[in-house]
Design a protein around this ligand. Structure first.
Ligand code: HEM
Length: 491
């Protein structure tokens, strides 16, 4: 038998993804036989995919195989909009680890349909509504105040005020979400807090790991990276932990029926009636997901902003001046002050542009039917990614894209207002369309409040022991390769 590589697309797409359907003639790299472009998907996949898209003149849409996965990648705002807003891309492909770790029943990975809509509606009304976000303001500030005191104590133990901030940001972010969702905080140095931290860390590792078996199904029974094994070990611990909190809430509710205390999200889920009522297993999935989505993105973004402020002391001073003018003699900073601080918002936007926590928008989309995108046929069952990092670093869209210049977003400095919450595809770090991030307003409110407080309380400068390296590593989110170390001085 004569093997004609061109007939089935082998020469164009080394992997198996694009041979199972008719060749779509989308431009893209060939990759290696069987594995296709799997090698490109390392810890800086966004950079590699951006380079490939440029090399192949495929910014609008690039097609490649990752083993048996058919993948298209959009690196232009126009195609990003087509994909994110299309009803054909309302599903997500689910990784083996996410499936095992219960996420198929949570908002992020539930298939588009009635159940997913119900979860979004419940979360929109009871966790992410403006009223709810405002009501949680004091708790957000409380977490930051505790972090400020810890950093202050640590820095005063050394001559140069040297601190490593990541752990403290993670603790604050985790307790921030735990208090809003579960109604309680944890001491991360107690056995229970340690257990929670360890479960979350293991979950992040497993979800962030690039699992070859996701794209080469023959490997699945072999579990070469031990991902299946580790997930199987973690799940019962998670279920026991979250179930215990649900049971505590049930008990509290039965003991104090007429109590008017602020309801947390577990109370809300337990109070659902009729069609909205969730089983305990579904509640566990939804609550567990919130811990993930709410913790790492917030901590990672705050760390990136602080790093940029250390590298750019003049921007840090300008920001502090704005905040001092706005806060004046007030005892404490409030959401109202934040709303009057356009430079603060510009600093956050510029960091989202240079260091989007989800450079490939975290979780991809899946086509549920054959559809044309940017003039190319994308068959049903194709994974679609938006390379937001490529868009936010494109010199055709952004002047001097590698420069950190918040002024590009302030009209007083000749900049332009750009909405980051999903309406402008030049900067859509929270995605867009039906599956846009539902936590974006909460995430922005938290990060702005924490940065304002940390900049008002401390002067941040470069450590002589460990200079700031603005290089990233893509795990579940894109975090600083070397955790930020800086010297702080209480103001
Ligand atoms: C800086 C903060 C954050 C960033 C950059 C971020 C980014 C993203 C992105 C890029 C997506 C995918 C959107 C798409 O496919 O179009 C997403 C989805 C999601 N995010 Fe966020 N996020 C942040 C904060 C949060 C917070 C605080 C929560 C909840 C506590 C949250 C919960 C979710 C959920 C549940 C989804 C899945 C939505 C769905 O599939 O319907 N996120 N996020």
């Amino acid at each position: 038998m004569c093997f004609d590589p061109h007939a089935v697309g082998w020469s164009r797409r080394g992997g198996l993804g694009f041979i199972s359907r008719a060749e779509t003639h989308n431009p893209g790299p060939r990759g290696y036989p069987i594995v296709g472009c799997l090698m490109e998907m390392g810890t800086q996949a966004h950079r590699k995919l951006a380079r490939l898209a440029r090399d192949y003149g495929a910014e609008s849409l690039m097609a490649l195989s990752m083993g048996s996965t058919r993948l298209v990648v959009a690196s232009s705002p126009e195609t990003a909009r087509e994909i994110l807003h299309s009803t054909a891309f309302s599903d997500r492909p689910i990784k083996q680890s996410a499936q095992q770790l219960l996420f198929a029943r949570a908002i992020g990975f539930a298939p588009h349909g009635e159940y997913w809509r119900r979860l979004r509606r419940i979360a929109a009304n009871h966790l992410f509504s403006p009223k709810r976000i405002a009501a949680h303001g004091a708790a957000r500030l409380h977490e930051c105040n505790l972090m400020v005191e810890t950093l202050n104590a640590l820095s005063s133990m050394v001559d140069d005020g040297h601190v490593t901030v990541r752990k403290h940001l993670q603790h604050a972010a985790l307790n921030n979400i735990m208090s809003s969702v579960f109604g309680r905080r944890f001491d991360f140095y107690s056995p229970e807090g340690e257990r929670l931290k360890e479960m979350v860390r293991e979950g992040f590792d497993l979800l962030g790991a690039f699992n070859w078996a996701d794209h080469l199904p023959l490997l699945q029974p072999l579990d070469p990276q031990n991902i299946y094994g580790r997930c199987a070990n973690l799940v019962p611990k998670v279920v026991a932990f979250v179930q215990n909190i649900i049971d505590e809430h049930r008990l509290d509710a039965s003991l104090a029926k007429d109590c008017n205390a602020e309801m947390d999200f577990v109370d809300v889920l337990l109070g659902m009636e009729g069609d909205d009522k969730l089983s305990d297993a579904d509640m566990i999935a939804v609550l567990w997901e919130m811990i993930f989505r709410g913790t790492d993105t917030t901590a990672i973004l705050t760390e990136w902003i602080l790093a940029e402020l250390v590298v750019h002391p003049e921007i840090q001073s300008k920001l502090r001046q704005e905040l001092r003018n706005v806060v004046g003699d007030a005892k404490s900073i409030t959401e109202a002050h934040i709303a009057c601080s356009p430079y603060l918002l510009a600093v956050v936007k510029e960091t989202l542009r240079l260091h989007p926590p989800g450079p490939l928008l975290s979780w991809a989309r899946l086509s549920t039917r054959d559809i044309h995108v940017a003039g190319h046929l994308v068959p049903a069952g194709t994974t679609a990614m938006v390379n937001m990092w490529a868009i936010t670093h494109d010199e055709k869209i952004w002047e001097n894209p590698l420069e950190f210049r918040p002024e590009r977003f302030t009209s007083g400095d000749g900049g332009v207002e750009v909405d980051v919450k999903g309406s402008d595809m030049r900067l859509a770090p929270f995605g867009a369309g039906r599956r846009v991030c539902p936590g974006r307003t909460l995430g922005m409110a938290t990060v702005q409040m924490w940065i304002a407080k940390l900049v008002l309380e401390f002067e941040w400068s470069m450590s002589s022991k460990q200079p700031v390296v603005l290089d990233e590593i893509l795990k579940l989110s894109s975090e600083m390769r070397q955790p930020l170390e800086a010297c702080i001085r209480r103001l």
